[in-house]
Structure formats: C-alpha cells, structure tokens
Ligand binder design. Structure first.
Ligand code: P6P
Length: 335
C-alpha cells in the first residue's frame, strides 16, 4: 500500500526544489488548503443549511444563513489575512482588491486572486462547485501596500494556481509551475492526500463542453466547429460549473468553449479569477488555452480586475484543431 503523502508534506518537500523559497508560498498553499476544508464542511451540508435558512433564516448555531459563495469568500479572506503570507487579495466576489497589512511586521511578496465558489448556482441542485485560486509575486515596492498592478499581471507570471472541486469527493489540484498534482480530502483524518501525481491531459478526448443552448447566438465559425464536434461523435458534457467541466477534461481529455455571445460580447468568464488560473493548470498538464482571437490566454495582459474573456481550453490536439478550423473557416468566408 502506498504511503500517505499529505498536501502539507508534499508542499514542504517541493519547497526544497526552490532553493531560494522563503516558505511564504508554502504557507499560502497551506492556508488555501485550510480554507478549502472549512468551505467543504459547509458545502457538504449546504442543502440542509439552505432548507433551515429558508425556514427561519437562521442555521443551527444561530448565525444568519449566508449565501455559500459569500461564506466561502469570507473564509478564504480570513485564512489568508490571519497568516500574513500575502500582502493582498482580489476576489471575484469583491469589487476591489484588498491590501493585507503585515501580520508580523514583515511584508509579504505574494498576492492571491480567487473565485471563492465557482458555479455556486449549482449548490441548490447538489451539483459540483469549486474554488479557483492563483498566486502572483507582487510587482509593487515591498515598502508599501499592494497596488492594482500586482493583480493585473499576465497568466504567465503566475507563481502557482489551482482549484478545489467540491464533488463526490473533494479534490485540491494545483501547480507551482513544475507539473500538476491532485490531493483528495480524507475526511477521516481531515487531510488532503496525494491521489494523482503529475497529471497529464490526454492529447484528445471524447468530450466537448459548451452551452449548446447558445448555439444560435454563436458566430458562424463557432457553430460550424460545434457541428464538427457532433460529426466527430464527441459527447457533450456541460454542467455550468467551469471547475467541474475543466476537471473532467483535465483527467479524460476534451475541449471546453465559452465563445462570445450577444449577452457577453467579450465572453463571460473572468480573466483574473477563472481563465488565467485554470489555463495555467491545464498548460502545466500539457494542454492549451486560447481566447476568441486565437491568442494564448496566459499571454493576455488584463486591464481591469473583473475583465472577461472568451476561452477555448483543453486537450492540445483538440485546441489546435479548433484553431485551424476557425482560421480556415474565417479565411474562406472573408475571401
Ligand atoms: P452559462 C458559473 O456561473 C460560470 O462562471 C462558470 O463556472 C460556468 O462555466 C459558466 O459560468 C456557465 O455560464 O452562461 O453557460 O450558464
């Protein structure tokens, strides 16, 4: 039987791979792991809490019932604030970024971005949701508080990124730029344990993920590509939770698309909180991620904190094929 390797042990062991690591990144990843355990506890009883909350607006401990994504947001902020391992936070739930004053007098060199509970509309119907996070080295001077420039960095500048999937089991998947590893929460010991080492996304897969309901709203070349997926007998798997859809593709191969629509002419998904962290993970596993202009997502320089983008992400051969398909169709239609 393989020896259990906990997330903490793995992170600390990997820290030795970075001779100049100060332990701050290790501390940050551990803080996110703690927050994930706390959120997981509430997600697992959310249906119950929602029912109790709807009955008398209070849960069993007498606290006002909070929407779960606000709860997750608060817990992540709390865990990151108390440790002092980062000097700033930007959350999809908050309009602006939050400077974090030094806890022990020393200023941290990292900032953290996250979507505390992606796909939270699925909670009420017991479908998987997830937390997405990314960690950047600050660019502003360590003499003062973090600045907006620290959060508007390209995805290529990410130091670490990952997600927590609250599904049939709870997984934490992350990369620090040297491969992707997954840890499954063992509730009996309250630890994330290494369960999938050095994940490699299949070059192609049997699934495509897109909101088929928007088919008639997509540009014609995107509709033709989606027709091509059907002609290739791919199976459509789309549950409205990006973390869950990407997780399936990371493990089994496939392609996820969120093209532009009239409602979301720039695309719906957020560059800082969703596209960049998940694209970093997928690229580290051998996959690809491009935007509607067929440009690499990670090369994009965000101009605003809540900037949105179109995205095609997944197996490398399928993303390349989609790119060629769209280029060929666009060139033919503009000739
Ligand atoms: P639509 C959830 O709200 C989310 O941000 C992603 O997790 C998900 O992939 C997407 O939006 C679903 O959007 O427009 O298909 O419902």
């Amino acid at each position: 039987m393989n020896r259990i390797v906990t997330l903490d042990e793995f992170i600390i062991r990997r820290q030795k791979d970075f001779p100049y690591a100060s332990g701050e990144l290790t501390g940050l990843l551990r803080d996110i792991g703690v927050a994930a355990k706390i959120v997981n506890r509430e997600v697992n009883k959310a249906g119950l809490v929602n029912v109790l909350g709807m009955a008398d607006r209070q849960n069993e401990s007498g606290d006002l019932v909070q929407k779960l994504d606000l709860y997750a947001n608060e817990k992540l902020i709390e865990c990151l604030q108390n440790s002092g391992e980062c000097c700033g936070i930007a959350s999809e739930e908050n309009e602006d970024f939050m400077p974090i004053p030094p806890v022990t007098g020393k200023s941290s060199k990292y900032v953290v971005v996250f979507d505390p509970l992606d796909g939270s509309s699925n909670i009420d119907v017991n479908v998987s949701v997830g937390t997405i996070f990314g960690i950047y080295r600050r660019k502003s001077s360590e003499d003062g508080p973090c600045m907006m420039e620290d959060f508007l960095q390209k995805g290529t500048d990410l130091v670490a990124a990952g997600y927590v999937l609250y599904g049939t089991s709870t997984l934490l998947v992350y990369t620090a730029g040297n491969g992707v590893n997954a840890f499954t929460l063992d509730p009996s010991i309250g630890e994330f344990c290494l369960s999938h080492r050095d994940i490699q996304i299949p070059a192609r897969g049997a699934y495509y993920a897109v909101n088929q309901g928007y088919y008639l709203k997509f540009d014609v070349e995107m509709r033709r590509y989606i027709d091509h997926c059907s002609e290739m007998n791919l199976s459509l798997r789309y549950i409205g939770s990006m973390v869950s859809d990407i997780h399936r593709i990371l493990f089994q191969g496939g392609i996820f698309l969120y093209p532009q629509t009239r409602k979301y002419p720039q695309g719906k998904l957020r560059v800082v909180y969703e596209c960049n962290p998940l694209s970093f993970v997928v690229e580290q596993a051998g996959g690809k991620a491009i935007d509607g202009n067929l440009q690499r997502i990670l090369d994009m320089k965000p101009q605003k904190l809540h900037q949105r983008s179109t995205i095609t992400i997944g197996s490398p051969d399928m993303v390349d094929e989609m790119k060629e398909f769209v280029q060929r169709y666009t060139s033919v239609s503009t000739d």
